[in-house]
Each structure stands twice: as structure tokens, then as C-alpha cells.
Design a protein around this ligand. Structure first.
Ligand code: HEC
Ligand code: HEC
Ligand code: HEC
Length: 115
């Protein structure tokens, strides 16, 4: 009996790990992820797991397994480079359009994301 319980716990632990891997990290440092060269604001710690609880994977990714991101304006693959200044692609084509559309409270307030 004890052995059965232990082996069930092992299986459960492995499936938790597999689940976490498939869903990606719970929080993601986006300054690091997008290679922001000379940050002037605090690096955004993106609450990934929080968004997963509110949205579908394909709202942000091109597939339901994650991977390549989706431009929120065009639906095309979104692979930002050279992020610099206020007028940058991550604001304009990813985070902000959805926050505006979904009426996220203070969705464009600097310290909502840069904290
Ligand atoms: C609100 C937008 C959003 C939603 C919803 C979302 N993700 Fe993500 N996800 C991101 C961002 C932003 C990143 C970090 C950028 C990147 O890794 O390309 C990311 C990264 C990932 C990664 C890591 C990719 C890597 O190469 O490190 C995986 C895996 C992933 N997401 C899976 C999922 C799955 C599965 C779902 C649905 C259950 C989901 N995501 C929902 C925005 C989102
Ligand atoms: C596809 C839609 C979508 C995209 C894209 C998106 N968000 Fe959000 N975001 C939401 C929604 C919906 C909420 C939750 C509103 C609520 O229920 O309070 C939210 C809330 C948040 C919050 C508040 C979390 C909390 O604990 O209350 C932060 C921070 C945030 N988003 C950061 C970002 C950043 C950074 C990006 C871009 C990398 C981003 N979001 C992209 C839809 C999105
Ligand atoms: C919804 C989330 C969100 C909000 C709100 C937001 N930003 Fe950003 N911002 C990002 C993300 C994500 C990046 C790219 C990753 C990073 O730099 O951490 C970024 C990058 C930047 C950059 C370029 C990189 C750097 O650090 O110099 C500047 C400048 C910037 N933001 C300024 C602002 C200002 C000013 C405001 C308020 C008017 C603001 N942001 C509001 C998410 C947001």
C-alpha cells in the first residue's frame, strides 16, 4: 500500500514538472528576454501565469503550445528587436493594444509594468 502511494506521488510530482515546463515560466524578465540593450526603466517582470489564468494561449502566441508571440494588431509573428524609448514595438504592438481592448485598469500606467 505504502509503495503504491509513493509511486503515485512520484507520478504526480513528474506531471507537475511537465505541466510547468509546457506552460513556460510563471514570471518572465522581459528586458532580458527581449535583449533590451540600455534599459532606462525597471525591467518588466511579466506575470505569465497570471495572464494564462485570464486568457487563451493563442491570444498571445501563434500556437496553443506557446512559442512564437503574436502581434496584437496584425496577428503576425511578433519578434521585437532594438527596444528603445517610449515608442517601442512591445508597447505599441503587444502589451498596450490588448490592455486597451480589455480595459485593464491602469493598463498603460508605467508602474503597472515597470516596478
Ligand atoms: C498575455 C500573453 C500571454 C499568454 C496568454 C500566454 N503567454 Fe506564454 N509567453 C508570453 C510572453 C510575453 C512570453 C515571453 C516571450 C517569449 O518567450 O517569447 C511567453 C513565453 C512562453 C513560453 C516560454 C518560451 C521560451 O522559449 O522560453 C512558453 C512555453 C509559453 N509562453 C507557453 C504558454 C502557454 C502554453 C500558454 C497558455 C496556457 C501561454 N503561454 C499563454 C505571453 C503569453
Ligand atoms: C492578449 C491580452 C493581453 C496582453 C497581450 C497583455 N496583457 Fe497584461 N493583462 C491582460 C488582462 C486581461 C489583465 C487583467 C485585468 C484584470 O482582470 O485585472 C492584465 C493584467 C496585467 C497586469 C496586472 C497584474 C496583476 O497582478 O493585477 C500586468 C502587470 C500586466 N498585465 C502586464 C503586461 C505586460 C508587461 C504585457 C506585455 C508583455 C501584457 N500585460 C500583455 C491582458 C493582456
Ligand atoms: C503593459 C505593460 C507596460 C506598461 C504599462 C509600460 N511599459 Fe514600458 N515596456 C514594457 C515592456 C514589456 C518593455 C520591454 C521590456 C523591458 O524593457 O523591461 C518596455 C520597455 C520600455 C522602454 C524601453 C526600455 C528601457 O528601459 O529604456 C521604455 C523607455 C519604457 N518601456 C517606458 C515606459 C513608460 C514611460 C511607461 C508609462 C508611460 C511605460 N513604459 C509603460 C511594458 C510596459
Amino acid at each position: 500500500m505504502k509503495k503504491v502511494i509513493i509511486s503515485m506521488m512520484v507520478v504526480f510530482a513528474f506531471s507537475l514538472v511537465a505541466y510547468a515546463a509546457a506552460n513556460g515560466p510563471a514570471t518572465i524578465d522581459l528586458a532580458q528576454k527581449f535583449n533590451v540593450a540600455a534599459p532606462t526603466k525597471k525591467a518588466v517582470q511579466f506575470p505569465h501565469a497570471f495572464h494564462q489564468g485570464k486568457l487563451q494561449c493563442v491570444d498571445c502566441h501563434t500556437t496553443d503550445k506557446g512559442g512564437v508571440l503574436k502581434n496584437q494588431k496584425t496577428g503576425a509573428a511578433f519578434e521585437p528587436t532594438g527596444i528603445k524609448g517610449m515608442k517601442n514595438a512591445v508597447h505599441d504592438e503587444f502589451c498596450w493594444p490588448c490592455h486597451v481592448e480589455k480595459k485593464v485598469p491602469q493598463g498603460k500606467s508605467c508602474n503597472k509594468c515597470h516596478k
